[in-house]
Design a protein around this ligand. Structure first.
Ligand SMILES: N[C@@H](CCC(=O)N[C@@H](CS)C(=O)NCC(=O)O)C(=O)O
Length: 210
């Protein structure tokens, strides 16, 4: 298939899932633009109000798993998905863990309270953060333990599991409490550093990143 002139990503520049789609585009060498579209705004075409919605190859796609797998399959020879079925299942497992457990926990309990405070100027929801911190610490400990045990999602090179996990863990690291927690996780720190050296991660850096 010939590459599309431009992938159009309707989302917000501070969104985790918008960045996940941007990273997949960068990995595939596809040029892409983000058209500022707020979740739940009248302009947003996602049937459940989420972002992003992505236009590519005449397709309008929602759901980042479908979007990133399509980009990788159609434009990157599936390079981010192991061919071996067992390795592929492990990659898919980590993507599901990221989407079903880590993102809701991190986003509601820590990342959004800080975004609403820093970007929109709302008072910091300290109680929400305090309530979520024990579960967030356990989740970070789980990731660290899995990396220590057998390399977890990193065993098969850089895959879509990294593409999903990096923006989620990085957004935690950009909060004071998350930074304190992650600074105690050597393997997680080394993995974040390794990801940051990857051109697709560097090219999609959030403006808020130091
Ligand atoms: N399942 C969706 C999740 C997308 C998602 O949760 N996006 C966030 C922004 S990173 C959002 O739209 N949040 C607004 C909300 O949940 O109301 C996907 O994979 O694309």
């Amino acid at each position: 298939m010939t590459a599309p002139a431009q992938v159009r990503i309707f989302g917000t520049v501070i969104s985790t899932y918008t960045r996940i789609c941007q990273i997949a585009c960068e990995e595939a060498g596809l040029s892409h633009e983000v058209i500022a579209t707020a979740a739940h705004s009248p302009a947003n075409r996602h049937p459940f109000g989420k972002v992003p919605v992505v236009e590519i190859d005449g397709l309008e796609l929602i759901e980042s798993v479908a979007i990133t797998q399509y980009i990788d399959n159609a434009h990157n020879a599936g390079a981010l998905q192991p061919a071996n079925p067992a390795a592929r299942a492990m990659t898919d497992k980590w993507i599901a863990v990221a989407n079903n457990y880590l993102f809701p926990l991190f986003e509601r309990g820590l990342v959004m309270p800080w975004v609403m405070h820093r970007v929109a100027g709302f008072p910091l929801e300290r109680e929400t953060i305090e309530r979520a911190l024990p579960a967030i610490s356990r989740a970070l400990g789980f990731l660290e333990g899995e990396l220590a045990a057998d390399g977890a999602w990193t065993r098969h090179g850089f895959t879509l599991a990294d593409v999903f996990l990096y923006p989620m863990v990085r957004s935690v690291e950009l909060t004071p409490q998350g930074q304190a927690g992650i600074s105690q996780c050597d393997r997680l720190l080394a993995w974040l550093e390794m990801c940051r050296a990857r051109p697709s991660i560097a090219a999609t850096r959030w403006e808020s990143e130091p």
